[in-house]
Design a protein around this ligand. Structure first.
Ligand SMILES: Cc1ncc(COP(=O)(O)O)c(C=O)c1O
Length: 426
């Protein structure tokens, strides 16, 4: 291999950056980090190791790493109003694995949602749940409400007496009815865990749900979906014992991580500080934008799930495009028009490869300053594409529209070019 191979890689990355400047980003699990947070990713932290907890590291050289981690842990506890935080899981899936290692033995029963109901693969038999060999039992689900059937869930919990009741979805439109289920959790004495990967940024801003007030004890999450931080993970907990907190720490290290990507941890710390200031406005605007997008698509005759419930209470909406050729075809056509989203299973689907739905998230559009009115334009681009207007034609309109949204919002460097700091030196 030669320098040309390296050049090729850089050029492809630069081409990607340029392309995304001209796209409408609608993947519900992505976001833009702030310039300050992103800077941490190229700090010397990126080249170092830290194993264990601050003050008890296996390696030397962690004086400043320890200070950052201690401060970040306190910031996370304050922002999420939790008793405990562990910032070392390197992704949401790794956070889920740590919770499983800490609290479940092979053969234990965990109640959870099914993939077609919007669950993430890590809670499926072929994901982390299967790897831990737990017995997972799915909740009854109300397709109309895109949420758990409360009476059925109470019956299921009483029958199965799970060791852990687990919640959280990747198509997370409405908060789970945890408050209503709390008396049943208390009766059977199970641990209550929610995967808040998708809604962590909303929770930071006081939207969607207050998990620990509702009765959740453990929250696992990614820190790069609605929470606009680095690709990383986090575990938060309240109302558990010190012994249980130690179990989480041991499961994270040495259970499922060695070093914990210190540059990402520092970037997460910056994002926590920023969200303490900006999350309220950002999260409420992201939810308003998602509802406005749902309303506009609905008015344009593109079926959005849960119209009677206002489409969503989160950043995301689910759209049924079966009459337009299905999720796979529509997602590809939208990409051809520079609208980036993903195909998604809807509750009646059996195939994850050819599902009938699309999932759209409003959080990244919010981050670059779009408001409810802009959702009308976005919905009209989507409707034109799914109705088979030439995507190349729509793409030109998308590129022109995107030129109005160049600055990043809801962070300390508000107004700086949203994509500018992604540029590499030519
Ligand atoms: C609910 C949920 N949990 C966990 C994950 C995995 O997160 P990560 O990609 O950080 O491992 C996802 C990813 O989209 C998700 O939707």
């Amino acid at each position: 291999m030669t320098l040309d191979d390296a050049r090729y890689i850089r050029q492809e990355v630069m081409a990607h950056n340029k392309w995304f400047e001209e796209c409408i980003p609608m993947i519900a699990s992505e976001n833009l980090m702030s310039p300050l947070a992103k800077e941490m990713l190229i700090s010397d932290f990126a080249d170092r190791y830290a194993e264990g907890l601050p003050g008890k590291r296996y390696y030397q050289g962690n004086i400043f790493v320890d200070r950052v981690e201690e401060k970040a842990t306190e910031m996370a506890k304050k922002l999420f109003k939790s008793d405990f935080a562990d910032l070392r899981p390197i992704s949401g899936t790794v956070a889920n694995m740590a919770v499983l290692f800490a609290f479940a033995e092979p053969g234990d029963t965990i109640t959870t949602c099914a993939l077609a109901q919007g669950a993430h693969i890590s809670t499926c038999e072929f994901g982390a749940f299967g790897q831990r060999a737990v017995r997972s039992v799915n909740y009854p689900f109300s397709v109309e409400d895109m949420n758990l059937d409360v009476d059925g869930t109470i019956k299921l919990l009483k029958k199965e007496k799970p060791k852990i009741a687990q919640f959280g979805l990747s198509v997370f439109l409405f908060p789970p009815p945890v408050k209503e289920l709390k008396p049943t959790f208390d009766e059977i004495g199970c641990l209550v865990w929610e995967d808040c990967a998708h809604v962590l940024g909303l929770i930071a801003g006081g939207q969607f749900q207050k998990p620990f007030d509702d009765g959740i004890q453990i929250v696992s999450a990614s820190t790069h979906k609605t929470f606009p931080g680095p690709n990383h993970g986090i575990i938060l907990a309240s109302n558990i014992t010190e012994e249980q907190e130690k179990k989480i720490q041991k499961a994270v290290f040495p259970g499922v991580t060695s070093s914990h990507h210190l540059h990402a941890m520092a970037a997460l710390a910056i994002s926590l500080a920023e969200m303490d200031v900006f999350a309220k406005d950002y999260a409420s605007q992201a939810c308003k934008n998602a509802r406005a997008l749902g309303q506009s698509l609905h008015e344009l005759g593109v079926p959005v799930l849960c119209p009677d419930l206002g489409f969503t209470r989160s950043h995301a909406i689910a759209v049924d495009v079966s009459q337009f050729g299905g999720g796979k075809e529509c997602a590809q056509l939208l990409e051809d028009a520079n609208i980036i989203c993903n195909k998604n299973m809807l509750p009646s689907d059996t195939s994850a490869v050819r599902p009938s739905g699309l999932r759209f998230g409003a959080q990244e559009m919010t981050r670059i300053g779009m408001k409810e009115d802009d959702m009308k334009d976005v919905a009209s681009f989507i409707a034109r594409v799914v109705r088979k207007e030439d995507p190349k034609k729509v793409k030109e309109d998308v590129k022109a529209f995107k030129k109005n949204f160049t600055g990043i919002k809801y962070c300390f460097n508000e107004g700086e070019p949203a994509y500018g700091y992604h540029k590499l030196v030519e």
